[in-house]
Structure formats: structure tokens, C-alpha cells
Design a protein around this ligand. Sequence first.
Ligand code: G3P
Ligand code: MG
Length: 286
Amino acid sequence: MKHSIILKPNQIFGLILCATQTPRSVVKSFSSRRQLQFQSRRASVSAKMANPTVNDSAKKSITHVIFDMDGLLLDTEKFYTEVQEIILSRFNKTFDWSLKAKMMGKKAIEAARVFVEETGISDSLSAEGFLVEREAMLQSMFPTSELMPGASRLVKHLHATGVPICVATGSHKRHFELKTQRHGEIFSLMHHIVMGDDPEVKQGKPSPDIFLAASRRFEGGSVDPSKILVFEDAPSGVLAAKNAGMSVVMVPDPRLDSSFHETADKVVTSLLEFDPIEWGLPPFTD
Ligand SMILES: O=P(O)(O)OC[C@H](O)CO
Ligand SMILES: [Mg+2]
């Protein structure tokens, strides 16, 4: 008897993109279904292709936590927005949140390609040229980075109660150093930090590379992704966590279209709103 598999158009597109961008992940995709979420219409992140929300018993099995950095622990997304607005104004164009949603969380060169192509300025400004142009502005802004509300409280709480924590950021090392120079106390509590220019991070978010690399570096070796809770602000980051088989709490900027919320297992307006009990983690005592 013949068997046939019928895929929807967006699933076919997702598989093609997986095959061209992340061959290692494609192998996993057929057993997990999650890879089908990898891409969507117009190569942007889609919240419509959402995973089912994790059930209560899965939530209670969380043992480890991974934090995103830009826009989640640190209020640094505003710097990227500002320099992109400045550069686009030279071309009499405006920057908006639909473009922001496609760029945020990604590795610099990957976000840069999205920027010049989506705005139609690639004939005048290359992705590499864009990165050079914005660099001086960013270097002056990053040292002023501030923590997001609730970041210090949550990181200190998890560390104090013995929950292993780490950071997985698309930001590369040079920028990481500038952004965190006033926040050594918080970042020193992390067991490890994986950055976008790490050799194990072949593809930026929404590839699962960075979260899987982070999961392998905890004390005692590789941690089962189903026991890991990720905190993210970006659509590409939420998708990366789901592609890695992890649970994810999203803390989105209120200007981000709410359709991007659907992929997350939980959405909170601020880290202050997060309740550890819901995930089987030690309760706050303050
Ligand atoms: O959100 P992060 O920490 O992965 O950083 C990604 C880029 O550096 C900024 O969008
Ligand atoms: Mg982020």
C-alpha cells in the first residue's frame, strides 16, 4: 500500500529553509515536528505556527534556566532601534516594528542583511557597510546600558536558591563587554555565557544552535532541553528556544505585534510579573 505525506505550503517552505540553512537541525525536524516552525511567510517569524503550550507536569520539571540578554536582561534594544532610525532617515525612510521584529535577537550580520534587503537600500548600502556605519554610535551607547525591570531580582533569586542559570545572547563578545561593564554583579552569577560569535553557534536565532550549546555547558554536562526554561524578548529567540525543545517565557516589548506571542509558552509584561511557582521553581520570598 502506498503512503503519502501531505504538507501545507508553509511547512514545505520551512523544510526548504531548514535544508538550505541548518542541515544538522533538519535531521531532528522529522522526529520533533518543531523544525516546521522554523520559518514562515516572507521569511519572517510566524507566531501562527505555534507549538502546543507545555502541559503542567512539563512545567513542573524545569531544573535549569537560560536568559537572553538584549531586551530581556538589558535595556539595549532601544540603541539598535535608534541607530537604525538614524541610518534609514538618510534614505528618507522610516524604521518600524514589523522590521524590528524581523531583526531583533539575530546575529549582527544576519540582522544587517534583513535590514538592507527589507528596506530596499541594499544597492546603496551593503549589510557589511551598515554594520560599519552603526558601530561608532553603538559603541558610545552600550556602556550606558541599564538592567530591565525585575532582571536583578530574578537572577539573584534563582542563583541564591541554587537554580543553575546562564546567558545565551546573539551579541558578540566585543559588544557584550561594553553592554555589561556596569553589571558585573549580575552577570558573574551566571554559570556560563554563550555569545553569538561562539564557534558552536553556526546559525543565529531562530536556529536552536545557541540554546543547545548553552544546554551542554551546565555543570555535569548536557541538560535535557525539556527541563530548561528560556526567557526571551524576541520572536526569533522564542522560536529558537522552541526549536531546541525548551519551554519559553516571553517578555515582549509592548510595541511588538501580539501575533508573535503565540509561540511562547507564557507571556509576561515584565520579569517582575514572572511567578517561579508556576514552573516548579523556588518561590520568591520578598
Ligand atoms: O537578544 P540577544 O541578547 O540575543 O541579542 C541579539 C542582538 O545583539 C540584538 O538584537
Ligand atoms: Mg533579546
